[in-house]
Design a protein around this ligand. Structure first.
Ligand code: MGP
Length: 252
């Protein structure tokens, strides 16, 4: 199994990975994130599980809640949601609080374990299912989907992909077209097979021209993708780009 967000200074062998941490048990490089534990999960003390990778990549709770509420507002009929790269369940949990049926996918078995466990902590496990797998393979079929979907499509698909670890900030401009393991173009094209509406949580130092380019490629020259800058504690955290006709800011 490949840890797609691996960053050598953060790497912990999977068999050594603790899921429930105290400050003392945190890998040294993750200790700086300890102060953010209640921002990440307000129910942290109820036994939230996090891998070392998740300490720096999970979406903070208020940001995930905002994203779910925004999608509800823009897609009021939305029922079936898929969260690709569900990580520790930060977004999956908030989607499951609002939407009828939510699926989470992750390539890392420890992340799936964290998501499942954290969903139970937040009591959203009744309407949530998880699949352990690599999106780059799953995208080739739909037989892994355990629920019936109208016309075989989710109402909304979300993805907060790996940005290559905390060092993403070292570049002035983050190149979405060479992002690994999911580059923007491949990701968007694969998501369209599964939904008409999808959202990506991306680095704040992205190049908006790349979003514009892929939007025109997918939806035509007049289409404009809605881009929302999500803030946390007075600082920009990341960019939420939402694609699809119901999010279009039409120009006439
Ligand atoms: P950050 O930008 O690394 O800031 O992570 P940090 O370390 O909190 O503060 P700074 O002082 O160094 O700027 C901020 C948030 O960005 C995280 O809580 C995640 O929500 C998100 N994030 C960060 N990384 C490295 C990733 C990533 O690789 N993938 C995804 N999906 N989100 C990430």
């Amino acid at each position: 199994m490949i840890d797609s967000d691996s960053n050598s200074e953060f790497e912990v062998a999977q068999e050594d990975e603790l899921l429930m941490h105290t400050y003392a048990s945190l890998p040294n490089k993750c200790k700086k994130y300890w102060r953010k534990r209640y921002l990440l999960f307000s129910k942290f003390d109820e036994g939230v599980y996090l891998t070392s990778e998740l300490w720096y990549s999970v979406t903070p709770e208020t940001t995930a809640r905002f994203t779910a509420r925004l999608i509800k507002k823009l897609l009021p009929e939305c029922k079936n949601v898929l969260d690709i790269c569900c990580g520790g369940g930060g977004n999956t949990i908030q989607f499951a609080k609002i939407f009828e049926n939510v699926g989470g996918i992750d390539v890392n078995p420890n992340n799936v374990k964290c998501s499942q466990h954290n969903s139970a902590v937040y009591q959203t496990d009744n309407n949530t299912w998880f699949v352990l797998g690599d999106w780059n393979h799953l995208l080739n079929s739909k037989d892994w989907i355990p629920v019936d979907l109208p016309e075989g499509k989710f109402d909304f698909v979300f993805c907060s992909p790996p940005w290559g670890g905390p060092n993403y900030k070292r570049q002035q401009w983050f190149d979405l077209f060479s992002m690994t393991p999911f580059n923007l173009r491949q990701l968007c094209h694969s998501l369209r097979k599964f939904t008409d509406h999808f959202g990506l949580f991306l680095p704040r130092n992205l190049d908006l021209d790349q979003i514009r380019e892929i939007s025109h490629e997918l939806f035509g020259d007049k289409y404009k993708t809605r881009v929302v800058c999500l803030w946390q504690n007075g600082a920009p955290l990341g960019i939420l780009a939402i694609f699809g006709s119901s999010f279009n800011i039409s120009i006439t």
